[in-house]
Design a protein around this ligand. Structure first.
Ligand code: HEM
Length: 125
């Protein structure tokens, strides 16, 4: 089952990343929340994707036999990155100039998440 949970986990990641990339470009082009004609669609993709990431990520941990009491710092690091992905839809509207920075930081955080998943999550429990 682990492969299935991880696949769905990643589908959540893809939706969140499309929503964030779309929003960042809109802001970089001078757009605001009001001028974003598809703000609701992007927010729905972002919210649903985040939910899928956390639910199926935790199911993946269950499949690996990791109990909540055994969560190590790497699990918390992934949760922290997940929280940051959550905040990243509104940050570009609030912090001027942040969209271009996030355009690079967000994929690098995905790389960190992947590295942690591949190297550390299987070693606990
Ligand atoms: C919400 C907290 C998260 C939890 C509990 C979680 C948990 C997991 C688990 C259990 C796996 C399978 C690991 C294995 O097969 O050994 C996994 C894989 C993966 N996760 Fe997450 N994850 C989380 C957040 C994220 C985020 C935010 C991203 C990307 C931005 C991400 C990207 C990946 C990727 C690319 C894989 C597949 C490669 C791998 O196994 O590492 N995860 N995750």
């Amino acid at each position: 089952m682990l492969n299935t949970w991880v696949l769905i986990h990643l589908i959540g990641v893809f939706f969140v990343f499309m929503a964030l990339g779309g929003t960042f470009i809109h802001v970089i082009n001078g757009g605001t929340k009001d001028t974003n004609k598809w703000a609701k669609g992007l927010a729905a993709m972002h919210g649903a994707g985040l939910l899928v990431i956390v639910v199926f990520g935790l199911l993946g941990l269950v499949s690996l036999g990791v109990k909540p009491s055994e969560f190590n710092m790497y699990v918390y690091l992934k949760l922290l990155i997940w929280l940051f992905l959550g905040a990243s839809l509104t940050i570009p509207y609030k912090v001027e100039g942040s969209a271009k920075v996030l355009m690079f930081v967000i994929p690098l955080l995905a790389a960190v998440s992947t590295y942690v998943g591949l190297n550390y999550l299987m070693r606990i429990g």
